[in-house]
Design a protein around this ligand. Sequence first.
Ligand code: NIG
Ligand code: FE
Length: 410
Amino acid sequence: MHLILKNARLVTMEEGSTGYTPTEPCYLLIRSGLIVAMGEDLSTLYGNTPKEWSDCPVLDCAGSIVTPGLIDPHTHLVFAGSRTQEFEARLNGESYQAIAQRGGGINSTVASTRTASVDELIELALPRLDSLIKSGCTTIEVKSGYGLTLEDEAKMLVAAKSLENHRRVSITTTLLAAHTVPPEYQDRADEYINYVVTDIIPHVAKHNLADSVDVFCESIGFTLEQTERVFAAAKAHGLAVKGHTEQLSNLGGSVLAAQYQAQSVDHIEYLDLAGVKALATSGTVATLLPGAFYFLRETQLPPIEWLREFNVPMAIGSDINPGTSPFADLQLMMNMACTLFRLTPEEALRGVTCHAAAAIGQKDTIGQIRKGFKANLAIWDINHPSELSYQYGLKGLKQRIFAGSIEHVA
Ligand code: NIG
Ligand code: FE
């Protein structure tokens, strides 16, 4: 399967490049889902095989901006139930932590998710997925974490991966069994971690249900010691690790994650300088989640200046979930990252392309328009890539290319 794009103004987001000025209108050649060549002179791009391309479809981009397909590196896309009453409770003065401590919060979504079937979870996730796709996504990370039993965590991961059979999108899955202590283990967090480490992780690894393992390291989540037990078990089973760290306080979860070569640490509003230096050394990505910052009305800003100074790559995720970030739109997150965290629009675009790819361990195959990379692309109705962060709900996505084939957007 071949495809040629013509008159495409490419914003390649290539690693090591600075600036994000679009190229002059040019050609891009795609074969079997991979980018094989790009440039202004078609005959040179054909190389020795002009015949190979003679009958292939040509998409005229008419000077449109083409970026890598966007990557959402942090979502809780699969869940059942609603937390709208907690939103009201928070508006009446109750805090997120207080709601969690009285058995609401994550555990309220656990109760609803446990009673849902795989098919029901898929049905509920599809509108959220469609919204992310409409915002330009071609790859989405999805976490478990609302099951908290072996069967229910496995069910969530199966539902997440099955989304690939319903939409043209790539899904990467993360086991988040250490999201909170489930009610049946109340006041027995260490015993729950025993169960995660000896039962859930080995099962998930054996059946290839997840690509990585995440932990909520926080006062309302798990301690540093408990987090380390989960990381060690994940590594022992050949799974990558990542963390919800330094979201509401600084427990040192990011430094620990760096010691385990985590792919990413996420939220990190309370990350300190030592934490930033640890990330720089381990090559761990700092994933910013401005939707949760906004929705919880957090005031502690993530340490953007230090992350820049130490060249820690910054990714941006939607964190879509019913409690802290009910937002299924990555362009909205780009705007929030700029307005709330003062990222530049170029940093925001890196955050949802090449750096997001690194955050999910796929930096050598997606997130850049580059020879040999997957032909996952977004074609936009804009004149300059800064518009992706500047505006919201106005001009948007025209077309997506997924695995080398064209998809029109409604
Ligand atoms: O990323 N911080 C922990 N986990 C989610 C929230 C989950 C929930 O409240 O349901 C987050 O913010
Ligand atoms: Fe999250």
